[in-house]
Each structure stands twice: as C-alpha cells, then as structure tokens.
Design a binder for this molecule. Sequence first.
Ligand code: HEC
Length: 145
Amino acid sequence: MNKNLAILAAAAVAAAVYFVYSSAGRNDATAQRTILEPGAPLAEVQLPPDLSEAAKIGKRAFDAVCADCHGDNAAGRHGMAPPLVHKIYEPSHHGDAAFLLAARNGVRAHHWDFGSMPAQQGLTDGDVKGITQYVRELQRANGIN
Ligand code: HEC
C-alpha cells in the first residue's frame, strides 16, 4: 500500500514537472512557428547591384533546378535545404568543385539535418559553373569571400 502511494506521488511529481517543461517548450515552439513557416527563407540575403553575364545565366539554372530546395537567392528554405549564402559555403571551405560534385552525385547529409541532397539530372558542368558563379556573387555581396 505504502509502495503504491510512493509510486503515485512520484508520478504526480513527474507529471507536474512535465507540465511545467512542456508548457515552456510550447511557448518556444509557437514563437518559432510564427517566425519560420515551412519553406521560409533562412538567411537575409543582400542582392548585389548587378550580376555578371555568367551569373545571370547561372541564376536561370539555379532558379529552375536548385531554388525549390535552396530558396530564392540561395537563402535556404526552412525544413528543406540550407542557405548557400552562408559562411560554411565560402570558397575556402566549399570550393567550386564541391558544387560540381553536389550536382553530379548529390550530398549525404552532414552539416545540417535537412536530409541528403539527391543528384541533379540534366545539368552540364558548364551549367553548374554558371550556378556557382551566381552563388559566389551573392556570397560576396553578403561579405562571404
Ligand atoms: C531536393 C532538395 C535539393 C535540391 C533540388 C538541391 N539541393 Fe543542394 N543540398 C540540399 C541539402 C539538404 C543539402 C545539405 C546537406 C548537408 O550538408 O547536410 C545540400 C547541400 C548542397 C551543397 C553543399 C555540398 C557539400 O559538399 O556540403 C551544395 C554546393 C549544393 N547543395 C548545391 C546545390 C545546387 C547547385 C543545386 C542545383 C543544381 C542543388 N544543390 C539542389 C538539398 C537540395
């Protein structure tokens, strides 16, 4: 009998603790949800005043193939894919070859928890170089060199 009471008391304490924590958590989650809808941009990207000819061509391919996941202006999309206008994709950490490999072979999730990137079909190396040029010009306009 005493043992049952002790279990009951422990359960009541656990429930009270859970209630306090879960309501705190719920407030956080609500705040987050109002800030980030699924697919919302993850970075505030400043646009360069103009793009080179190569980058303009790259932008067209990016918008057609990559923007579904990486977002307009490579700003990322909540729940889908990271911003490429981000310090970890600066040229010294992810050189231009990383873009060619990503498009050709896909990317196993390692930096984020969006899941893996599938290989992208129907792009020539020239297309991907144009895309890379576009992303580099966006990065530079945001102080990522
Ligand atoms: C289906 C969604 C999706 C599409 C479409 C997509 N990506 Fe990705 N990409 C991802 C995700 C998710 C990651 C992050 C993987 C990680 O590091 O966790 C990623 C990562 C990358 C990386 C980083 C590679 C590395 O070595 O870490 C590059 C570069 C990249 N994408 C370029 C592109 C380009 C260029 C295109 C268009 C040709 C494209 N992606 C289309 C989802 C996508």
